[in-house]
Write a protein that binds this ligand. Structure first.
Ligand code: MOS
Length: 737
């Protein structure tokens, strides 16, 4: 309305030293605000995907294969169709896609019997008037198979590897001569660490309700992290135009990677709903979530470290074997943090895939660093012990200011500060030599590990509207998967626009709103936060113009615009309403720098000398991730990550039966994520940091930083307590006796 256009688009090509978040006077940014969606969640009124109600809705229950390798010969649909209440069985199973690593749909369907690549592969959806009838019929559905020999034992096939096809992700990297450096160095570590398969274990199972409109467009109420790209995938799987698919994902009960891409339930629900001409709901059972979405691959990581007597690294080797199905190129990038964490001239980082007929591998909770740091940071602890150098000092010695491989600076990097500030708070100076501290039958030890997690920006947009009553609305296809997006995005808008958070309505998780990269890879807060920032920056300019003051003289606070000794309610400046859309995409800054968040984990454990039981007694995480947008939600993110670190170190272990490929522990009763009783006193410390190169809000990703390195700190504490180095995770008590 003021002739300024409505889109503020920016490519991150140069540093952005001045942030409106520093000049805002609302005083809300960084504050530990309660989640704005909290009341809805604790009162049970936030609507999750499976909770929408539609007239004439049919209930779908998915059916998975009972063998791990072979072919489906026939599915006897007629055998269950006569059950009262059963509507139909859809067996167009070729399109019940497997979830490719980053969620890519498999190619166009072929006719006839399809190969079975893993146990539990979805081949049918049974539709009934009630969930109970559908479940009963699904259990009875006769399927005839022709079984063939599958490959289920990673260890037995570990020498039959293939290189990942796409090397954009640095699957294979070499610099200098690691072998020679190992020969020449006075002190070396050469050890192999093994991590098991893991499951994301989000509390909410994958769930979809598909509703087709008469005009051939689909609305899918789903539980997905990245609705914009998920809608594209879904459209591709269904063979319809992207414009015809809308995903609504207002509330999501955790994702942890398992909901980055679409899963079979959405495709099945959509196909069935189309065929029936009725809305269809499909909710995966817990075992189906385990079997037919994604796992984190198991890893075997060969670490070699060469150092001088002064502790300075001369070589790092990090060679990783992972597993996946033969049609998949995704590999767990365990060495990804190793590229940038420490110096050392000679470097070798590789990843190779062993083909298996097991649950497909994909991204889960800090893919790469979470398990890669378990190995690297255990090895660093071993090196410190061998050198007789304090583990923190060893890391300080090998800290760098320039990326050791790309020869570019970091956008910001405060590893040593995170270590030092954390050590002071934790009381690291009271640490004793390995195996020397005992309280009754408990052996006590402390451990440290560094944390690193790459920081990414992803193209995202958001719309902000100011209404005549002075309230505002923020809308975007961004999601809140339980992490606090609703709250921090409202805080950013509030800080810049001077509108109280209580007067800002948040509308996330709908692809009808401006596209966004969604929640994944710890990019959500900074990418969508920047989009909101840019929209608000433009609105601020429009408000200044409407008021007739220079932008530099404009103060926005508590719903009032103040400038040139005048003040006006903001709502009175917007006419019928003002709106702006912010749009950010990564640019040159990404190429000219390496971007990552850094940190340090400290753990104190007690190991029972009689039973081998490990109890984490306390843990402290110290994190340098740029500006903290909300001290409470940021802390909660870190606590969650540290908890997963304890799980990775001590309890989580997704086990396949090596004879049949079947998952042994496909539910939360037998797949052990830590429960409250396993979690001790935890403290989170944030290093004061701003990143002017990463984005205008000066923040970096934090969601996955908390897990990266956390497991190694626990393992290193177990070593300090017992003198026993366990290199095969999880550290169960049998390995300590
Ligand atoms: Mo994350 S594994 O990118 O949700």
């Amino acid at each position: 309305m003021f002739g300024l256009g409505t889109t503020n688009s920016m490519t991150m090509d140069k540093p952005h030293p001045d942030s409106l978040l520093d000049t805002g006077v609302q005083g809300v940014i960084g504050k530990p605000l309660d989640r704005v969606d909290g009341p809805l969640k604790v009162t049970g009124t936030a609507t999750y995907a499976a909770e929408y109600e539609f007239a004439n809705m049919a209930f779908g229950v998915l059916v998975g294969t009972k063998i791990s390798s072979g072919k489906v010969v026939s599915i006897d649909v007629d055998a269950v169709k006569s059950i009262p209440g059963v509507i139909d069985v859809v067996t167009d199973f070729d399109r019940f896609i497997r979830v490719a690593a980053q969620g890519g749909a498999t190619d166009a369907p072929t006719q006839g019997v399809k190969d079975i690549a893993f146990f539990g592969q979805i081949v049918a959806i049974v539709l009934a008037e009630s969930f109970e009838v559908a479940r009963d019929a699904a259990a009875r559905l006769p399927i005839e198979y022709q079984a063939s020999e599958g490959q289920y034992d990673f260890a037995a096939h570990r020498d039959e590897t293939r290189k990942p096809a796409d090397d954009a992700t640095q699957a294979h990297f070499a610099q200098g001569d690691v072998d020679k450096a190992m020969d020449d160095a006075p002190v070396t570590i050469d050890a192999t660490y093994v991590t098991p398969s893991q499951n994301s274990a989000a509390m909410e199972p994958h769930a979809s309700i598909a509703v087709w409109d008469e005009d051939g467009s689909l609305a899918l109420y789903g539980a997905y992290q990245m609705p914009t790209s998920d809608a594209q995938q879904l459209a591709k799987s269904l063979g319809v135009s992207e414009k015809k698919v809308r995903i609504i994902a207002r509330y999501i009960g955790g994702g942890f990677g398992s909901k980055l891409g679409i899963a079979p339930e959405s495709v099945a629900a959509a196909i069935a709903a189309k065929q029936l001409g009725r809305p269809v709901k499909a909710v995966m059972s817990r075992p189906q979530v385990f079997e037919a979405t994604v796992r984190r691959s198991n890893t075997e990581q060969h670490i070699r470290l060469a150092a001088g007597a002064d502790g300075k690294l001369t070589a790092i080797g990090h060679e990783t074997l992972v597993s996946n199905q033969s049609t998949e190129d995704y590999f767990e990038p365990a060495g990804i943090g190793t590229h940038m964490l420490y110096g050392g001239e000679n470097r070798m980082i590789t990843h190779d895939i062993v083909d298996v007929n097991l649950v497909v591998s994909g991204s889960m909770r800090a893919p790469g660093e979470a398990v890669g740091m378990m190995a690297l940071e255990s090895a660093m602890d071993e090196l410190a012990e061998k050198l007789g150098i304090d583990p923190i000092e060893l890391r300080r010695i090998n800290d760098v200011t320039i990326d050791p491989e790309k020869d570019v600076p970091f956008t910001s990097r405060n590893l040593t500060r995170a270590l030092d500030e954390g050590a002071a708070k934790f009381g690291w100076d009271k640490r004793q030599k390995a195996g020397t501290r005992r309280e009754g039958e408990w052996l006590i030890g402390t451990g440290v590990a560094a944390a690193v997690r790459g920081n990414m920006m992803q193209e995202s947009s958001a719309k902000v509207e100011i209404h005549p009553d002075g309230s505002a609305t923020v809308s975007s296809a961004m999601t809140d998967i339980g992490t606090g997006s609703y709250t921090i995005l409202a805080q950013i808008a509030s800080e810049i626009l001077g509108i109280p958070v209580a007067n800002i309505t948040m509308a996330l998780g709908d692809t009808n709103d401006p596209p966004a990269a969604g929640s994944g890879g710890s990019w959500g807060a900074t990418s969508s936060g920047t989009a909101v920032y840019l929209a608000c920056e433009m609105l601020r300019g429009k408000l200044a113009k409407a008021m007739g003051v220079d932008e530099d003289n404009l103060t926005l606070k508590d719903g009032t615009a103040i400038g040139d000794n005048r003040s006006t309610p903001i709502g009175e400046l917007v006419g019928k309403g003002l709106e702006a859309t912010g749009h950010i995409k990564p640019g040159k800054q990404e190429k000219d720098h390496t971007q990552a968040s850094f940190g340090a984990h400290f753990a104190e454990v007690a190991v029972n000398a009689v039973t081998g039981e490990v109890r984490v007694r306390r843990m402290l995480g110290s994190f340098a991730a740029g500006r903290v947008l909300n001290a409470k939600t940021a802390r909660s993110q870190c606590l969650g990550g540290m908890t997963f670190g304890i799980g990775a170190a001590l309890t989580e272990d997704l086990i396949h039966d090596l004879r049949t490929g079947k998952l042994v522990n496909h539910d939360l009763a037998e797949y052990h994520v830590p429960s409250n009783a396993d979690i001790p006193q935890m403290e989170v410390h944030f290093v004061d940091e701003r990143d002017i190169h990463a984005n205008p809000i000066h923040a970096k990703g934090i969601g996955e930083l908390g897990i990266s390195g956390a497991g190694a700190a626990v393992a290193n504490a177990v070593y300090n307590a017992t003198g026993i180095r366990v290199r095969e995770f999880p550290i169960t008590l049998d390995k300590l006796l």
